[in-house]
Design a protein around this ligand. Structure first.
Ligand code: IYR
Length: 218
């Protein structure tokens, strides 16, 4: 096994506490946005956020992810048409009443104008196999967990940079493979909508659970 020195910055306890507190506050301010403006994303920002995503831990470090960044208006239009087709099916036919009831506070519908208006869509794919250094295909391990972590890193990086995002899961998502020309060994995981909110954007009034509701200490 080859090794390299760990580059973890040593910090004083007070600094560690302050940084933990600030980061939590920063992420608490993140909200999913559905009303995007068409304002462009500054050059290089998506690249840096994707570098952050690609630094995530993964099963056997096989990095079972692919991020397809879509800015072409024609492709965004195709994605919107396909997603809205599926969503109409979902809202009008497939969705059980209890699911529609859970979604009601969010005000979501089958209409997805943000898929065209936002400057960028990032389709996240989960790879069932990767090609190793020897040119041989290897099955990936804990791919869903790994891609989930990488997507979390990405969402946090986008927010930290000052961008808004929306985690969109049109169902089913297989149309993303054909529109974006991705192989069938890659399964769509999530469609992330990225950009800036409209001016005076408002978001649903929802609560996050308190710390004591989401933790137990042993
Ligand atoms: N995919 C649909 C429905 C939807 C489902 C969940 I769970 C949400 O948190 C939000 C929406 C849509 O995108 O509208």
């Amino acid at each position: 096994m080859d090794t390299v020195p760990l580059k973890l910055t040593e910090r004083r306890d007070e600094e560690i506490s302050a940084r933990a507190h600030e980061f939590a506050d920063e992420l608490m301010r993140r909200r999913t946005v559905r009303d995007f403006s068409s304002k462009a994303i500054p050059p290089g920002v998506l690249e840096d956020c994707l570098r952050a995503a690609g630094s995530a831990p993964s099963g056997a470090n096989l990095q079972p992810w692919h991020f397809a960044v879509v800015t072409s208006p024609a492709l965004k239009n195709q994605i919107r048409q396909a997603a809205e087709g599926n969503e109409r099916e979902f809202y009008d036919k497939r969705a059980p009443d209890r699911w529609l009831k859970s979604l009601a506070p969010l005000g979501t519908t089958a209409s997805k104008p943000f898929l065209e208006r936002a400057p960028a869509l990032i389709a996240v794919f989960q790879k069932s196999s990767v090609t190793g250094p020897d040119g041989q295909d290897t099955a990936t391990y804990y791919a869903k967990e790994s891609v989930g972590i990488a997507t979390g890193f990405l969402i946090a990086a986008l927010h930290r940079a000052g961008l808004a995002s929306l985690t969109h899961t049109p169902s089913p998502m297989a149309f993303l493979n054909s529109i974006l020309n991705r192989p069938c060994s890659e399964k769509p995981f999530l469609l992330l909508v990225v950009g800036f909110p409209v001016e005076n954007c408002s978001v649903p009034s929802i609560n996050r659970q308190k710390l004591n509701q989401i933790t137990s200490w042993h």
